[in-house]
Design a protein around this ligand. Structure first.
Ligand code: URP
Ligand code: ZN
Length: 470
């Protein structure tokens, strides 16, 4: 019998912090208590350490096509594949990822899902991977039934891009509304990249015509109200269709205010932000092009002051989740662009979320530990149909555990990261507290901060339909 006993640590869940031993047997947590002493268990001493649930990152872009979808050229797909990206996730304390299966227009959802599941069989991940379905085309015969059936396959969230008007990813309001109607019946959660693609397209064209091509124009052509307007539209249309909705990567005060307003009036709306909106300000996009391009992400990193509003929204429950939106492009791919519009957008971060959020949030006094665990583990697991198997430490939950040493110092540097990305936006970032050990399904896969598994143990993770978090 395969048994692992973690002794003497400070167990932290979304609800409580207490000292206890945790026993994992055949991949599941089977006992939590003091002075457990089962026979034949491998023992890991966690005295003085935090024992956290394996973190859940439900917004990553591994092997992800750029906005052109089927473009086969070098640099058209993010530089971390499922094995690399998931190993990087594991080292950073994440044991569950939900990535995207992207529908190319004209391809059925069933065929799309099969393609993405095949990728996981061909290149197995180190941790569990679920998929959201990115919907680009509802015009083929039977699309609505096909989309509804995704829930039977464990794909219980549908993502829509209201941004990127120039790309096949963009959808109009009719498509958004039809998808929301399907979700209301099938039991899925509608997820939106909420920015007004039409207005942004006009601002971009005007900037490029004037010769305003530098990276900072990525930000200037995406005013905060293009984000808040789109959030309001998603909440309204999903509300009419009676579908629950989730807003991805909230970047600014105005967007958080709309989420708060909608939630106060009873809308079934949830939202996330990402560490880069909390850690940086817009001035990263000024100056040296190559350096600025590294921070070019959509929505853009905002001016000073917005991060404070986002921290407040994380504390008061307006924002429910912190995800990475890990979307890594090599420096040379970013450098090859000649204007802000063609720089591949997205930043890496899959390896850094827990440590950066612990440093900025807990150690610097902005969040308490249980709230951190809620934001990174329990809430994403609940909203995306994985709780309590994932996202907490309870009898019967998966044996996915992070042993976090709050005294272990670390400085982030790209040279030591497992991600294939050749830079990190956190280069030189100093932290007190880092991931020591990661257990996935009862097996130690990270020891002393290093990936030690002999082979990748993860695979496709089907998820339950959306149910209202209590
Ligand atoms: O810039 C970003 N966020 N790239 C990834 C795709 C998306 O919009 O989420
Ligand atoms: Zn994204």
């Amino acid at each position: 019998m395969n048994r692992l006993l973690i002794t003497g640590g400070e167990v932290v869940t979304e609800a409580a912090t207490y000292t206890a031993d945790v026993l994992i047997q055949e991949g599941l947590v089977v006992a939590i208590g003091r002075d457990l002493s089962p026979a034949d268990a491998v023992v890991v001493d966690a005295t003085g350490k935090l024992v956290l649930p394996g973190c859940v990152d439900m917004h990553t872009h591994l092997e992800a096509p750029h906005n052109e979808l089927d473009d086969p050229s070098e640099g058209a797909v993010t530089c971390d594949g499922f094995p690399d990206g998931s190993i990087a996730a594991a080292v950073g304390g994440t044991t569950t990822i939900v990535d995207f299966a992207t529908q190319s227009p004209g391809t059925s959802f069933q065929a799309t899902l099969e393609q993405w599941k095949q990728r996981l069989r061909d290149r197995p991940p180190a941790v569990d991977v679920g998929f959201h379905m990115i919907v680009t085309d509802m015009a083929y015969p039977g699309a609505e039934d096909d989309l509804a059936r995704m829930c039977d396959e464990g794909v219980t969230s549908y993502k829509l891009f209201l941004a990127y008007k120039e790309s096949p990813l963009w959808v109009d309001d009719s498509t958004l509304f039809r998808v929301a109607q399907v979700a209301a019946k099938s039991g899925a959660l509608v997820m939106a990249h909420a920015e007004n693609g039409g207005a942004i397209e006009v601002l971009q064209e005007q900037a490029l015509q004037r010769g305003d091509t530098a990276p900072i124009w990525h930000s200037y052509t995406r005013p905060v109200r293009t984000e808040s307007e789109a959030i309001s539209r998603v909440a309204t249309l999903c509300g009419i269709a009676e579908a629950p909705a989730y807003i991805m990567h909230v970047s600014c005060r105005e967007a958080a205010e709309v989420v708060a307003y909608e939630r106060d009036r009873g809308s079934r709306l949830w939202a996330e932000t990402c560490p880069h909106y909390l850690a940086f300000t817009e001035d990263k996009l000024l100056g040296d092009w190559s350096e600025a391009a590294k921070y070019l992400v959509t929505p853009p990193i905002r001016e000073n002051g917005h991060a404070d509003a986002l921290w407040a929204a994380l504390r008061d429950g307006t924002l429910s989740v912190v995800s990475t939106d890990h979307c890594p492009w090599l420096t040379r791919w970013k450098d090859a662009a000649t204007d802000f519009f063609t720089i591949p957008n997205g930043v890496p971060g899959i390896e850094n979320r827990l440590e950066v959020m612990y440093e900025l949030g807990v150690r610097q006094g902005r969040l308490d530990l249980t709230r951190l665990v809620d934001l990174l583990c329990a809430a994403p697991a609940r909203l995306f149909g994985m709780f309590p198997k994932k996202g907490t430490i309870a009898i019967g939950s998966s044996g996915d555990i992070v042993i976090f040493d709050p005294r272990r110092e670390k400085v982030i540097t790209a040279d030591e990261e497992m991600s294939k990305c050749d830079y990190t936006i956190y280069e030189g970032f100093r932290m007190e507290g880092s991931v020591e050990t990661v257990v996935f399904g009862g097996e130690i896969i990270v020891r002393d901060g290093r990936y030690v598994a002999q082979f990748e143990r993860g695979g496709f993770l089907p998820r339950a339909r959306f149910s209202e978090p209590s």
